[in-house]
Write a protein that binds this ligand. Structure first.
Ligand SMILES: NC(=O)c1ccc[n+]([C@@H]2O[C@H](COP(=O)([O-])OP(=O)(O)OC[C@H]3O[C@@H](n4cnc5c(N)ncnc54)[C@H](O)[C@@H]3O)[C@@H](O)[C@H]2O)c1
Ligand SMILES: *[C@@H]1O[C@H](CO)[C@@H](O)[C@H](O)[C@H]1NC(C)=O
Ligand SMILES: *[C@@H]1O[C@H](CO)[C@@H](O)[C@H](O)[C@H]1NC(C)=O
Ligand SMILES: *[C@@H]1O[C@H](CO)[C@@H](O)[C@H](O)[C@H]1NC(C)=O
Ligand SMILES: *[C@@H]1O[C@H](CO)[C@@H](O)[C@H](O)[C@H]1NC(C)=O
Length: 339
């Protein structure tokens, strides 16, 4: 059976890397035929046609069909996966609240379209098996708005991307220890995908010289781990923009693939990853009704927050600060939902 996958913002820079990786089998495996549905806004349709031509020219064996569109009713029909990358970008002089308002409008409409057009079984008239990943910023709040606007799809089927931050943290530790990134596991990104996020290495393990060490013992520099390491990860997006004059795209696409592949195939035994998921108020003192980045394990396409990790005062304060930011943003966003 083929999988049908929607990518929004499909004419943009993240999509340019992402579509190739997905179409060649990095996410769903080398045996899974796929149909790609590509949504962007009307002025981008000629650009999108170019992307479609290039996908055709890749001559990929798994890619069965590519459907470019600017219509939600076409884009959101019968999907297995929706990756929502497109959002309203900040323009010079645009006020924060106007930006949020524009994004609420986009994700309200796309959430409603998911609800209406996602695959339904005849008997139950419910969407089946859809997974929705929100990437477009403000990712956490956009994800919450989409989930709230799609009442027939469980909140558990929505997540937002903090895997790029997770990968950045992992790589910083790996470079510091002189090991490959694959030898570093269980870093955690808590909270919002912004500079208040908290990259936490208190439960991280590093495989060094043949044994598994706690990150603090491997790095042997507490000052760096509780200072510069954190700010480097928090500010990494800005550093990339400053250098490249464009925001992270290749690494964002890679992170999206990691995130989706783990949802599809599960996380490795004893390992957890970070993703923004719906908080029910039962974990780590985080308020309910937020999309907050937690450590999660995934089995059988179902994520579970890794509970019971010990949290010190240093960490708790940072986790609370990023939650406070999300609560404020949610309340403003929800006030725009009504209108
Ligand atoms: N969560 C993360 O870790 C993370 C990382 C990097 C970037 N981002 C965010 O991802 C988004 C995309 O980044 P990019 O570099 O590809 O941007 P981009 O500007 O190159 O592309 C965005 C595309 O989205 C399209 N778009 C805008 N509104 C749309 C709508 N309503 N429906 C469909 N398409 C729409 C635009 O026309 C454009 O083609 C941005 O919001 C960026 O901030 C998130
Ligand atoms: C939500 O995700 C689970 C796990 O993949 C799936 O079994 C279920 O069908 C999904 N629900 C909907 C409504 O898509
Ligand atoms: C939360 O993070 C997003 C990036 O996803 C950012 O755009 C937003 O401004 C942050 N929220 C607040 C209230 O700072
Ligand atoms: C650590 O890495 C080595 C290879 O460098 C590998 O042989 C070993 O199994 C790894 N140990 C753990 C605990 O992952
Ligand atoms: C996997 O999840 C589905 C529904 O999401 C459930 O029907 C099935 O029993 C689960 N399988 C296992 C092995 O837990």
């Amino acid at each position: 059976m083929q999988s049908t996958l929607l990518v929004t913002g499909a004419a943009g820079q993240i999509a340019y890397s992402l579509l190739f990786s997905i179409a060649k089998g990095d996410v769903f495996g080398k045996d899974q035929p796929i149909i790609l549905v590509l949504l962007d806004i009307p002025p981008m349709m000629t650009v999108l046609d170019g992307v479609v031509m290039e996908l055709q020219d890749c001559a990929l064996p798994l890619l069965k069909e590519v459907i470019p569109t600017d219509k939600e009713e076409v884009a959101f029909k019968d999907l297995d996966v929706a990756i929502l990358v497109g959002s309203m970008p900040r323009r010079d002089g645009m006020e924060r609240k106007d930006l949020l308002k524009a994004n609420v409008a986009i994700f309200k409409s796309q959430g409603a379209a998911l609800d209406k057009y996602a695959k339904k079984t005849r008997l139950w008239e419910r969407a089946v098996n859809i997974q929705v990943l929100v990437v477009g910023n403000p990712a956490n709040t956009n994800c919450l708005i989409a989930a709230k606007s799609a009442p027939s799809i469980p909140k558990e089927n929505f997540s937002c991307l903090t895997r790029l931050d997770h990968n950045r943290a992992r790589s910083q530790v790996a470079m510091r220890c002189g090991v490959p990134a694959s030898h570093v596991k269980n870093v955690i990104i808590w909270g919002n995908h912004s500079s208040t996020q908290y990259p936490d290495v208190h439960h991280c393990k590093v495989n060094m010289s043949g044994s598994e060490l706690a990150c603090f013992d491997a790095v042997k520099d507490d000052k760096w781990l509780t200072g510069e390491f954190i700010s480097t990860v928090q500010q990494r997006g800005a550093a990339v923009i400053k250098a490249r004059k464009l925001s992270s795209a290749m690494s964002a696409a890679k992170a999206i693939c990691d995130h989706m592949r783990d949802i599809w195939s599960g996380t490795a035994e004893g390992e957890f990853i970070s993703m923004g998921v719906y908080s029910t108020g039962n974990s780590y003192g985080v308020a309910e009704d937020l999309i907050y980045s937690f450590p999660v394990e995934i089995k059988n396409k179902t994520w579970k927050i890794v509970d019971g990790l010990t949290i010190n005062k240093f960490s708790q304060e940072k986790m609370d600060a990023t939650a406070a930011e999300l609560i404020e943003e949610r309340d403003t966003a929800v006030s725009y939902l009504a209108v």
